[in-house]
Design a protein around this ligand. Structure first.
Ligand code: XMP
Length: 532
């Protein structure tokens, strides 16, 4: 296993992520953790290497963080990243200078680093070779200070034009350090570098599997909540579902889930959630059908923001009433995952976090006095999915497209009516069914898997059609399918015309009330993914 000492970088969790990607177990601890813990971790608990993270401070200032000396005295390999490299240099006798004192500006973003000196860490890891034959790495840099003088015993491992000492190594003691960030995906071969460190340099075996994660998480949830009762707002989405399954595995009937059906869910969603959790897993779930209440509040409201606010507010109210009935509840469990944590750290409590908080039943009044239980806080979406499968959730559920908290409320343009929701649900189900069953020959994947999010939108406009011998005057449904990595930008999906044709035919034939289907060919930006 690997010990990661955290110096306060925003991306320390990413180091743990890369180590997990290499199938090695790691633990993150603050840089000022008790040295006796580090000693025990190495000597008794099988820790084979230490990584020092980046951080926001400057080692040129006196009272900034340092690694405990024991880190360099235990005989295990050490990898310093960014601030971790600077503190390693400073502590072992090298020199570090600020950008200002060197007459430079902070370096932030893409850089090309030349690998030098044939070190075990970077040997044969390169993105390209220059005409002069130098091996080069495409990396991500973010620093003000730089190492200006190597500590005794170290050699130069990497350099760039603006950062002559971008990497250093003392191969006798197995100390390595890089100024760039191998843990972020912008460093193309970052994973290979971390993998090289943990496997070849630290000689870690592969000891991390999702099953172990479950065992550990179960134990830590039990320790955290003891015999207290926990409540969780189940939305049917991946994150809250996986959190529910994990917490249920840990504390069984001490967990009560509240599943609020606002009448704006997908077709059969309520039934599916109840079957999966209450029936198959034996989780205690309170199913609240609040359709009438939501529809009542939404009647006559057509402004998108007003609709969102009403849905959010009602949701909290219903959830509060129901969870208030669970008298001994001390904990509120949420399916917060690591990207939510970074987003909220980066942006205060604004932006994407606000979106998520509704989804995760956040924003509950303080007087509920519940402590937060967030067992997925360290995991990334794909890890959460793998965990869900491991916990026995059906893969089709775990790999579903995301669904917004306000549900069909933002997919029925203008005023929301139950009849519209019923039509839309059926049209949407047909679209999804066809996407799932149509396989793209080149990739062998279904069009559902080839798109990131796909759904139908109800347009409250009527157009004229003809069916059989009769004239129809009915509503329009728009189909939306996008491909995206991060949902911040998106392309509309080039779905095959015969697939679109089939979906259109089926919707018009099977959903009485819809006589026209259109396909949305707008990218994001300028359009958003949802229509409201
Ligand atoms: P937009 O429409 O902003 O959507 O391009 C980007 C992604 O966010 C989802 N989305 C939401 N998710 N609560 C959520 O949980 C919301 O209020 C909400 N609004 C949009 C949307 O489905 C897409 O995946």
């Amino acid at each position: 296993k690997i010990l990661i000492l955290d110096f306060g970088s925003q991306v320390t969790q990413l180091i743990a992520r890369r180590v997990r990607d290499s199938r090695v177990y790691s633990e993150i601890h603050p840089y000022d953790v008790d040295p006796s813990f580090i000693e025990k971790f190495v000597k008794e608990q099988g820790c084979k290497g230490i990584i020092l993270s980046g951080g926001p401070n400057s080692v040129t200032e006196g009272d900034t963080p340092r690694a405990p000396d024991i880190v360099f005295n235990l005989g295990v390999p050490v990898l310093g990243i960014c601030y971790g490299m600077q503190t390693m240099a400073a502590q072992l006798g090298g020199k570090v200078a600020t950008a200002e004192s060197l007459g430079k500006s902070r370096e932030f973003g893409y850089a090309e680093v030349r690998a030098r000196g044939h070190t075990k860490l970077l040997e044969n890891i390169q993105d390209f070779t220059t005409p002069e034959g130098h091996g080069m790495l495409k990396v991500w840099m973010s620093h003000g200070d730089s190492v200006t003088e190597l500590p005794v015993g170290f050699k130069l491992m990497a350099s760039t034009g603006s950062c002559p000492i971008a990497g250093m190594a003392d191969e006798t003691r197995h100390f390595y350090a890089v100024q760039f960030h191998p843990e972020v995906t912008h460093t193309i071969l970052g994973t290979a570098i971390i993998e090289r460190f943990v496997h070849q340099i630290c000689a870690c075996g592969t000891d991390w599997v999702m099953g172990d994660y479950i065992a550990e998480a179960v134990e830590s949830i039990r320790k955290q909540v003891g015999s207290d009762e926990v409540i969780l707002g189940l939305s049917g989405g991946v994150d809250s579902s996986v959190a529910a399954a994990l917490i249920h595995r840990a504390i069984g009937q001490q967990l009560t889930c509240v599943f609020v059906d606002h009448g704006l869910l997908r077709l059969n969603e309520g039934k599916m959630v109840m079957e999966m959790f209450a029936k198959n897993l034996g989780v205690k779930v309170i199913h609240v059908d609040a359709t009438a209440q939501f529809m009542g509040e939404l009647a006559g409201v057509s402004d998108p923001e007003a609709k969102r606010k009403i849905i959010g507010k009602e949701f909290v109210e219903v959830f509060q009433v129901e969870s208030g009935k669970i008298k001994n509840a001390k904990w509120l469990a949420q399916g917060t995952i690591y990207p939510d944590v970074i987003e909220s750290a980066g942006k205060g409590k604004k932006g994407a976090h606000t979106i998520k908080s509704h989804h995760n039943v956040g924003g509950l009044p303080d007087d509920m006095k519940l402590s937060l239980l967030e067992p997925l806080r360290e995991l990334f979406k794909d890890e959460v999915r793998a965990l869900g499968v491991e916990l026995g959730l059906p893969p089709e559920m775990v790999y579903r497209h995301p669904f917004p908290g306000p549900g069909l409320g933002v997919r029925i343009l203008g005023e929301v009516k139950k009849d519209f929701a019923d039509l839309l649900r059926r049209a949407d189900a047909i679209f999804i069914e066809e996407l799932r069953s149509t396989i793209d020959e080149t990739s062998g994947k279904s069009w559902y898997d080839l798109t990131s999010q796909a759904f139908a939108v109800f347009l409250p406009v009527k157009s004229v059609g003809v069916m059989g011998d009769g004239r129809t005057y009915e509503y329009v449904v728009a189909l939306r399918a996008v491909q995206t990595q991060d949902f911040m930008t998106a392309h509309w999906a080039h779905l095959p015309h015969d697939l679109l044709g089939r979906v259109s035919n089926r919707i018009i034939n099977e959903v009485r009330g819809i006589n026209r289907v259109v396909y949305d060919i707008s990218g994001k930006p300028p359009a958003t993914i949802e229509w409201e």
